[in-house]
Design a protein around this ligand. Sequence first.
Ligand SMILES: Nc1ncnc2c1ncn2[C@@H]1O[C@H](COP(=O)(O)OP(=O)(O)OP(=O)(O)O)[C@@H](O)[C@H]1O
Ligand SMILES: [Mg+2]
Length: 376
Amino acid sequence: MPDREELKRIIDDMATMYKDKAVIDTDPSFREELVDALLGMTQTEVENIIARVLVVDARLDAKDIPEIIQEKIQIIRKSGVLEFYPLNESLDSIGGLSTLKKWLLRKRVCFQSKAREYGLEMPKGVLLTGVPGCGKSLTAKAVASEWKMPLLRFDIGKVFGMYVGQSEENVRRAIQTAESIAPCVLWIDELEKGFAGVGFTDTDSGVTSRVFGTFITWMQEKMNPVFVVATANDVSKLPPELLRKGRFDEIFFVDLPNAKEREEVFSVQIKKFKRNPDIFDLSSLTRYSEGYTGSDIKGVVKAALEEAFLDNGRELTTEDIFLQIKQTLPLSATMKERIDSLRNWAVNRARPASSQWEEIPVPSIENFSQRRKLEL
Ligand SMILES: Nc1ncnc2c1ncn2[C@@H]1O[C@H](COP(=O)(O)OP(=O)(O)OP(=O)(O)O)[C@@H](O)[C@H]1O
Ligand SMILES: [Mg+2]
């Protein structure tokens, strides 16, 4: 796929070719924007879209950028495994996870080209693991908006095509597309769905292992500014090679939110439903929601709002949310064993995403923080 320089040349060639019939705006900042929009398409695709846009009003300028981006979104979606994801979250829409947020802000700086000139290596990416519903996917989405980069979601489940050889080709093409769009964030959700069991079974004549090999070799060697944010629930199923240093810059464990974090999540979620969090009794809500995940909290706020609306559209109150808390069994209660085993795995292998173990103990954490502190 053409890089920036090649794209500039293609645009110039097209401008010359069409010079009697149409104009391509020569403003330098527009040209940069145009190149950004075209990155990730093949030469033929670029020529086709430019020709198509020029036919409409004999001009290619800033008003055509959205159409070009739409076209690119379609082309990339058709390739099957990658999808552009809208940028509608920010780090402010995440409650808690302060260590992870700080870490991401630092990596942002190391991602810039002046860090390369200084001699730093290109950040590779981060693996987020932990308790379901506590903000892993949310963080992946927030990173891209915060860094003002396109977000590409890589569907690892779809990689495994029907024909022999197709899966590897799919991965290679996805990597190539991501690299041509770089700088970008490549989000791989639920990594274990693709790579669980690599090296343990041989049911698909080694396809999974080969795809996995392609992927980790790329992770190890990549030089382009593609920042990988991978999420996984059950990391113990992942092949150990993936977790070795040099693949990801860091592995974070996202645990159940502690009291301070739950208060933040309530505040964020109430704000998301366009209500003012200051008029709610957040500290009581926090006290009675021990063991709740971020997703549980979102659920009770949403249900409470629905009830209030059905009750003649009156305004939402703290009591409405209380009522929903009373009726909801948090995920952590129904999955206690599973959560304990995730935490046990994480003790020596991952870094806590929040500074909770330094400050306030997490609900029913049973020695997790103490053990970690001793071991550190
Ligand atoms: N820390 C948080 N702050 C604010 N909202 C949160 C937080 N954690 C979860 N939520 C809410 O719950 C929803 C689900 O969270 P998310 O998809 O990030 O969970 P996850 O960790 O990826 O879970 P899973 O392992 O099930 O994929 C989010 O869209 C968000 O609305
Ligand atoms: Mg998720």
